[in-house]
Design a protein around this ligand. Structure first.
Ligand SMILES: [Fe+2]
Length: 332
């Protein structure tokens, strides 16, 4: 993957440094910015990507450059502050009731009817747009939650490993969820290479992935990461059934719809493991993490709702929900 175009002064300053040899980076303190700010989210995404597959033109030694990590911490403060404003912390519960509280959050999270629209009404161009947004996460599906494995122990660790083993296809490449989604992209006539669409998605789409990386890369946020995964799994089966129906309606072949069909079945099982064993086990072992577990779930649900609202709002106005590349900010 190559670095995309900068979207403002923060990403511009960052990218101009990353393309050179590792060395001192000045502060990237963004100040108060909206949650979906393109510039903040793209810069943060690029910082995190150094811990995943990286960028072709960025020296791998940047990953642990202390001044870059310090600058990233400034971006993370901006992101965490914006998240805190958008996502009220759920009321605390007793650790033994964490499953029930997660269910209440998931049930109460009904957002804009994007999955129904994709099932019944969307045209092929809109389905392609949807897949472009989703490619940011699905092409690295499961990776951000894997960061938590060495941070957990006992029942919670075993539960997470069980879920992740499925996500990675049980050791069979062609069954890895990221590979299934590449097939979906090809079926839609879209580029299936890792990060191919990074430069096309708006900040709110990047915020979805950045929240997972933020929670995954900080041990202090492992409770939020567990809750985040549980919320994804608990709200996944029905929308995925609708996506599969919608793609079939638009002429999608069996191979292209398989990613969605796989999630109808898998996530009904994962939901139980994530809520009962991962989150329930973690809360039982570390009662002080219960609030974080619920907060992570609330963050996942809120970001999904804001993103779906953005997409539906654009489509209702007859415009693309993808980023306006023309407005991408070049070097000042
Ligand atoms: Fe998956």
């Amino acid at each position: 993957m190559r670095l995309p175009a900068a979207r403002g002064p923060i990403s511009d300053q960052l990218f101009s440094r990353l393309t050179g040899p590792p060395g001192k980076v000045g502060p990237l303190d963004p100040g108060p910015l909206p949650l979906g700010d393109d510039d903040l989210q793209l810069a943060l995404f690029a910082c995190y990507e150094l811990h995943y597959q990286g960028f072709e033109e960025v020296d791998e030694r940047w990953e642990w450059e202390p001044s870059l990590l310090r600058a990233r911490a400034g971006l993370e403060r901006g992101f965490e502050d914006a998240l805190a404003l958008a996502v009220p912390r759920p009321a605390p519960v007793d650790p033994q009731h964490v499953r029930r509280a997660l269910t209440a959050l998931a049930v109460g999270a009904e957002g804009p009817p994007l999955s129904q629209f994709l099932q019944r009404t969307a045209d092929l161009g809109q389905f392609r747009e949807f897949a472009v947004h989703r490619s940011i996460y699905h092409l690295k599906e499961a990776d951000p939650h894997t960061w938590a494995i060495p941070r957990l122990h006992g029942r919670a660790k075993a539960a997470l490993v069980e879920i992740q083993a499925d996500e990675y296809g049980g050791g069979r490449r062609e069954r890895m969820h990221s590979e299934l989604f590449r097939t979906t992209l090809r079926g839609l006539g879209l580029d299936d290479s890792y990060g191919a669409h990074l430069g096309r998605v708006p900040g709110i789409t990047l915020a979805i992935s950045n929240a997972m990386s933020l929670f995954g890369l900080h041990r202090r946020l492992r409770g939020a990461l567990a809750g985040h995964l549980a919320a994804l799994e608990m709200t996944s089966s029905l929308p995925n059934r609708r996506y599969a129906t919608g793609l079939r309606r638009l002429g999608g072949e069996a191979a292209a719809t398989r990613f969605y069909e796989e999630h109808v079945q898998a996530d009904a099982v994962h939901e139980q493991i994530a809520a009962n064993d991962l989150c329930g086990g973690l809360a039982a072992a570390h009662p002080s993490l219960t609030g974080d577990i619920l907060y992570g779930a609330a963050c996942a649900l809120t970001l999904e709702r804001l993103w779906a609202g953005h997409v539906m709002d654009c489509w209702e106005r007859g415009v693309s929900s993808l980023a306006e590349l023309e407005s991408a900010v070049a070097s000042p």
